[in-house]
Design a protein around this ligand. Sequence first.
Ligand code: PGA
Length: 253
Amino acid sequence: MRTPVIAGNWKMFKTLEETKAFFQELGNMEFPSQVEAVVCAPFLSLPWMGEHVSNKVGVGAQNCHFETEGAYTGEISLPMLQTVGAKYVILGHSERRQYFAETDEVVNQKVRAVIAHQLVPILCVGESLAEKEANRTNEVVKEQVVKGLADVSADDAKKAIIAYEPVWAIGSGKAATAEDAEEVIGYIRQVLAEIYDQTTADAVRIQYGGSVKPENIATFLAQPNIDGALVGGASLKAESYAQLVQNAVQGGK
Ligand code: PGA
């Protein structure tokens, strides 16, 4: 039984004050216990979140360095994230691949470091529009999954979350159809079975991401292989975030 995980990806939005206002508004809203609710916020909000809201949502970062310390100006390490109560780290988001030149090899180093520090990696994969139009979706996601999980044991892979995010669906308002997302995510599970074994493939949670909203989240979660969502824009407002978590349960999981 895979517990669905709904993770907000706040990207470069919200000052600490805005973060506090969000959680104040979220207040005592009840979350269904069948769903794991996570918010991946900018680093500066994490210490406060770790202290004040980690009983309500899982606290996540959006990046990290793979070394524990060193001369890496501007970077944040996993021991630093551990001390503020972060439990998840988004890795290899397409914006980091595109704007910050993150390669599969770097993403893999980060995945292994996150697992070694007992945090949960949310490994993002997904094809661009050009790749989709060239019918290369499976080939692209397979390469990202295989390289991203290189030298990760089956037991460690079971702890990871994979987010399938077609690049053309991110922030575009044009989500994939639930059927198309299910097809690719089913394929990713098949790739996991090839790399590891069926038991491992069946244990890994795989999210869909890209223009998920309270109105469409249930259709994704109703699919047998889709175990949650990674949500950008629609996770920024407290009411919308709460609806995402609540509506995820209607997906029948
Ligand atoms: P979106 O972003 O929900 O705004 O499309 C998703 C993401 O980038 O993780």
